[in-house]
Design a protein around this ligand. Sequence first.
Ligand code: ADP
Ligand code: 5GP
Length: 204
Amino acid sequence: MPNRGNLIVISGPSGTGKGTICKKLLTMNKNIFYSVSATTRRPRPHEINGREYWFLSKVDFEKMIEENELLEWANVYGNYYGTPSEKIDELRLQGKDVLLEIDTQGALNVMKQVADGIYIFLLPPSLDELEKRIRRRGTETEAVIKRRLDAAAQEIALGTHYNYVIVNRNLSRAVNQLNAIVVAERCRTGRNLEIINKIKNREI
Ligand code: ADP
Ligand code: 5GP
């Protein structure tokens, strides 16, 4: 039986670069599976149902909550977002790492349920740079941008609850740091007891 895969959770304020970094990590490290969240927000141009998110109606999302199909869910900046639990345990049992990109409420909720998760907080270099990035992305209305920026300072204060912090100043450096964490976590002694024994006992 392979070692159980890790649950890797990445959070940070909107516009920090989570989506950009996760996409790059997934091309760099093929052992990681991205957990596609469900949401009631409208798709942005270029977003595809089932790739970035499962785009659901409020009624369908509430049905998933009722039927206990979500590991966690939260109302984030006025829309529902949640993590379908179905595939996570199955993939981890197959030895695969699963990546969740979720907000701070969701991450704190998962921390209570998954003690061996790896919790990573992504910071922008500054709040001014965060604002520039959200505006440059150009996918939200002014009201939505304001709501997201207003939440940012409070969200950043929650960074102390995580195992790791990465500052996304230089993109490729941040991606390399994230991958380094994922790779190092796989090398933890506790995850390699089986291989230690097999080699010691000449089973391989
Ligand atoms: P999030 O998923 O955290 O909301 P995105 O990945 O959508 O953030 O990134 C927000 C914007 O910032 C995007 O336009 C993205 O291209 C840009 N961006 C991401 N990382 C960097 C970086 N290191 N330097 C400059 N711009 C960045
Ligand atoms: P966006 O609308 O910019 O794609 O995402 C808004 C926020 O929702 C981000 O902070 C993102 O990490 C968070 N988010 C995405 N999926 C989930 C999820 O499944 N659960 C929770 N709690 N937050 C999520």
